[in-house]
Write a protein that binds this ligand. Sequence first.
Ligand code: NG6
Ligand code: CA
Length: 505
Amino acid sequence: MKKITLAFAFAVALVGHALAQQKTVQTKPNVIYIYADDLGYGDLSCYGATKLHTPNLDKLAKQGLRFTNGNATSSTCTPSRYALMTGQYPWRKQGTGVLPGDAALIIPTDKMTLPKVFKQAGYATGIVGKWHLGLGTQVAKDWNGEIKPGPNEVGFDYSFIFPATADRVPTVFLENQKVLALDLKDPIEVNYKTKVGTDPTGKEHPELLKMKSSPGQGHDATIVNGIGRIGFMSGGQKARWVDEEVSTTFLTKAKNFIVEHATKPYFLYFCLTEPHVPRMPATMFKGKSGLGYRGDAILQLDWTVGEIMKQLEASGQSKSTLIIFSSDNGPVLDDGYQDEAVTQLNGHTPTGPLRGGKYSSLEAGTRVPFIVNWPGTVKPGVSSAMVCQMDLIASFASLLHVKIPAGEATDSENTLNALLGKSDKGRTTLVKHSGSLSVVKDGWKYISPSKGPALDKLVDIETGNLATPQLYHLTEDIAEKSNLADKYPEKVKELADLLETIKKK
Ligand code: NG6
Ligand code: CA
């Protein structure tokens, strides 16, 4: 009898332990934030693309919540990522525009960041992919030693990154503060002003290029892997990446991180480079889309997301992992290379129904694909709530009961209920940022007057610049076709005043 009682008590304890564990999993999901680079609102088949088929992202969306009003804060990379990391509008701080590859770190090391929210909740944190928020304390730095501060100093336990963009030197990976495959006998030097070393440049030797740069866009400095880059570098021959391998390298590192942290909740910031220039996908994707390398790069991105989902399934983490997928800014075709993105477009519309694109104040600049997937917890569906990447800090702080110190991440709003599909209300107000500022409130958008050109000729994108105010009723006119500023002057004034108030905050 005594034996049975003991065995029973033991069994009860076991079940209790299992339930407690399950509970930990439910309240502390693993979080993977997958960030595409320059992917447009209309680039995925789950967002209406018909010339491109993205089955893995479609599956992610079908099993999850697909947002039709998901936003980056800005229409370029660095500022959007700054907002994601800090919960602050980037335009509040000088020096948060697109950074060169040798820039110093722009994220404060003593303030709350998105990875620190997770760390404070006991998570392991990792970043794999494109960083583009600067490294070190100054521009001049030794690329052959420990390079810090960087991601490891702002909240990531583990980092495997490239410093800036795929089209900027140095074209190397860094793992936890050190350049990977560094050979000290062949030291790396980087310079954005003058040529260093003897490597040929695209300007001097266009015949060496396997992909031509577009005239006047500046991708004609040091040639690496047959591609002209922005900026000069010398040395580090063995450390230089091969573009065709970048994505699978990041994928491998991300999968390793997932497997290694299977027993502890983790936050993985997985920032892919597709479909940013230079588009040079792995051989198995070249020609696959029929839309040139831009389309192929999107298929590679889709495949990568599928591989992550498979890895989660294989290690039994699907239900305990919340995936968010989004893009740092809108799409562009010719962003510096003659890669057939324009000539092979074949009727594909990267912006979907939106006007503008990367660099633009118009919707396609900042409204991007945004998917939340947490099988068993987030009910599948489509949400029209206005959500923004900058709000992840406050939202996850709320989920994980982490306190954000006063005066930090002050622009981040807790929109957890919208993100988890429990509410159809996200933000009411959001400031959008390109060359000029716009504000969206309750479906109305005001773009402040700007003297800049209406068309960015270099990339053939409408900028949204106009010398007079613009007012669009986005809920009825998502394509921003009718400027209603003259018709509703009081609305223009209300939103212009609101923008001023937010700017002063
Ligand atoms: C621009 C580059 C463009 C791209 C972009 C950054 C020129 C003319 N164009 O300055 O090719 O690198 O910066 O893109 O230099 S982002 O997605 O990282 O913001
Ligand atoms: Ca980008």
